[in-house]
Ligand binder design. Structure first.
Ligand code: PRP
Ligand code: URA
Length: 208
């Protein structure tokens, strides 16, 4: 699973424990997803390329550095929405795309109902987010959609990954780097990650 990086920072692992806990209500869950996502993005961007610019401080001209490329954040609806605030806290200048997918409960195949991506996506680095990488069907479909729109440099950031999802995404898109806070054990018969954290969308939005 060469494409996979597990982000092991102690604060991320600490917060993940509360996220998994069934006693965590939707308000706390939402806050934890936001915080965790910020910490994760900080690590994901640790080797992001910089370019030199010339500025003037109040005292003199100076050479300094800024991010070399624009970033497009692409959220897989619904649960990816919960990660947006945590991402924008670090890269407020990013453009944001949305891809609407839900899993057919029987086949577990993703069904697309929406897509709106930044027009300039081909010239940007793309970070696709969804808290859960289960069978990998949703992430692989999202990667296909952003590639069709011209994206070349793509990262996928999730909170919990299943081995099945990592294999599927790696096989269908070997060029996509995957980041997760945890690689869990396996999927159950309904395609839920074990031990996982349950249904991320329902826990975020209090819909169950
Ligand atoms: C969940 C989750 C991912 C998908 C992961 O969404 O947020 O998008 O399942 O599963 P996969 O790797 O097997 O494709 P869901 O389909 O429950 O839709 P929702 O976010 O609208 O609730
Ligand atoms: N989607 C979720 O929200 N949770 C899982 O465990 C699998 C898919």
């Amino acid at each position: 699973m060469n494409n996979l990086t597990i982000i092991k920072h102690p604060l991320i692992q600490h917060k993940l424990t509360y996220l998994r806990d069934k006693r965590t209500d939707h308000m706390q869950f939402r806050l934890l997803v936001k915080e965790l996502t910020s910490f994760m993005l900080y690590e994901v961007m640790a080797d992001y390329p910089l370019k030199e610019v010339e500025i003037e401080t109040p005292l003199m001209p100076a050479k300094s550095q800024v991010l070399a490329r624009e970033i497009s954040l692409v959220l897989i609806l619904r649960a990816g929405l919960g990660m947006l605030d945590g991402l924008l806290a670090l890269v407020p200048e990013a453009r944001v795309g949305h891809i609407g997918l839900y899993r057919n409960e029987e086949t577990l195949e993703p069904v697309q109902y929406y897509a709106k991506l930044p027009k300039t996506i081909a010239e940007t680095d793309v970070i696709v987010v969804d808290p859960m990488l289960a069978t990998g069907g949703s992430a692989a479909t999202a990667a296909e959609i952003v590639k069709k729109a011209g994206a070349k440099n793509i990262k996928f950031v999730c909170i919990v990954a299943a081995p099945e999802g990592v294999s599927k995404l790696t096989q269908s898109h070997p060029d996509v780097a995957i980041y997760a806070a945890a690689l869990d054990v396996r999927l159950n018969d309904h395609g839920y990650i074990l031990p996982g954290l349950g249904d991320a969308g329902d826990r975020l939005f209090g819909t169950k």
